[in-house]
Design a binder for this molecule. Structure first.
Ligand code: BJW
Length: 255
């Protein structure tokens, strides 16, 4: 693990709070997978929404208008995910999970890198790009007969298959949303990592945690919120800051 401790000024109060925390909740966004080589959504030059229009690709209406375009775009995204792998930020969160009694990782990402890295208690708010579901029945479909049709059809009802992700205007999976709200409300420390905080309802989780007494830690390349005695902002790469914070808090041996 890279030792960057000297480069980051982690306040002693934060390290103490983290060491004694009983409930830690973490919200992650596309920025945590950026160092794995996946594009974020809103980074001005490299983000997906700088090149593609979300209303043409990430809404149910877009899929109904042009299912082939949407399916193929997600197929391309799936290939990017398959080629990439978790980075030190994902692995640092696995270490935090092993140190605190109650740990919940809430992710907006659809790449399963947290699970791949070894995180156990993961809530996927926006679905998973590796899964496919029926557009009509909204149920996960594991396999379908080989076909040249794009998109393929549901083997049960014949309607189109689609990626099992949450598009704009769609409800988040209710059980996941409630679990995330509960984790935010009961957290002693709440991390917000690599998210621009522009998409609701995920964007409200850090505020909910703060209102319920949590210490909030943000890690982002850009400044996303003002600091206060309960909000610590670290600006930089999650893959460098998180491992350094883990090492400074618990040391190499985990003591
Ligand atoms: C680094 C880094 C490094 C880079 N280290 N950091 C209230 C107010 C206004 C609007 C709404 C509202 N409530 C609901 C809405 C509508 C809408 C919404 O929020 N719109 C806003 C955009 C205006 N929300 C919805 O529609 C949601 N549904 C909903 O609320 O349903 C309610 C409902 C009720 C009743 C009936 C019907 C509905 C659904 C939202 C679904 C979002 N879907 C997407 C696509 C998922 C599938 C896919 O992957 O294609 O989810 S959009 C996209 O944005 C994706 C992400 O998960 C999500 C968040 O993006 P994220 O992760 O924050 O990425 P970026 O790119 O924005 O930020 C990356 C950050 O990382 C940057 O800050 C960088 O600086 C940083 N970074 N490198 C650290 N190395």
């Amino acid at each position: 693990m890279t030792n960057k401790n000297t480069e980051y000024n982690f306040p002693a109060q934060l390290l103490k709070t983290l060491r004694f925390a009983r409930q830690v909740a973490v919200l992650t966004g596309a920025g945590i997978s950026a160092e794995s080589g996946l594009a974020t959504f809103r980074d001005p030059m490299t983000g997906l929404w700088a090149k593609f229009r979300p209303e043409e690709l990430a809404t149910p209406e877009a899929f109904q208008r042009n299912p082939k375009l949407v399916w193929e775009w997600y197929q391309w995204r799936r290939e990017q995910v398959e080629k990439a792998a978790p980075n030190p930020a994902h692995f640092a969160l696995v270490e935090i999970e092993s140190k605190v009694p109650n740990f919940t990782l809430i992710t907006q990402n659809v790449d399963s890198f947290h699970q791949q890295a070894g995180s156990k208690n993961v809530i996927e708010l926006h679905g998973n790009i590796r899964r496919t579901k029926c557009f009509e029945e909204n149920i996960v479909v594991e396999s379908w007969p080989e076909t040249d049709e794009v998109p393929p059809h549901c083997p049960q009802c014949g309607s189109f298959l689609r990626p099992d992700v949450v598009w704009f205007g769609e409800k988040l999976p209710l059980d996941s949303l409630y679990a995330a709200l509960n984790a935010a409300k009961s957290a002693d420390v709440f991390f917000s990592i690599g998210t621009s905080g522009q998409v609701e309802p995920a964007a409200s989780l850090p505020r909910l945690a703060l209102e319920n007494g949590a210490t909030v830690v943000t890690i982002n390349l850009e400044v996303t919120t003002a600091s206060s005695h309960k909000i610590y902002n670290f600006n930089g790469r999650a893959g460098e800051i998180l491992p350094a914070l883990v090492q400074k808090t618990w040391g190499n041996s985990g003591s």
